[in-house]
Design a protein. Sequence first.
Length: 188
Amino acid sequence: MPFNTEADAGVAERDEWPYSPAVGVGPLRFGKTVDEVVEAAEMLGQSGVSECSPGPAIFSPTWKIEVHRRGVAPSAPAVTAYVSQAVGLFCVAADAVPQVAHDGLTLVGRDLSELERDAIAYAETVDGHFRYTPEGYAGPDDPGVVMRGQRVGHVLRSRPLFMVTRDGAYTEWDSLPHEEYRNGQFHA
């Protein structure tokens, strides 16, 4: 999924959505149905719903809701939400807009090396922690935030997934939607 460079250029124009662990991101609340997610996402733009390809048999059927920013030429989705039949909304991937922060640390569309530097500085300031993903991306020490990277030209940009554990999984890592993998690898 390409990063929306138009939105990247105008960071000040981004909507800001709060993230609440185990509750939701902006108007999107974990556990909501497809229709409720589409209705909540209307404030950002136009939504399209599609059925996800079957993942492991342990998971119930899943839908992907891609939200495109209103008034922007055809582009990659600004937000992608994943809804499971059994548990409702369980994952929100933020590509370019809206902007989401974790305790003041901006997470969306950042150069990953700068995000790592800021995550380390933040952890030192609050005497807290940060964590690395298996791919080596730094982010907040919150089990509901899975930091991902996506290539934009020659730079890796941050693309966080905000999650809760879905049906049949033990952790958020086990819950990653099948579409978030590419040829057995994470998006890069």
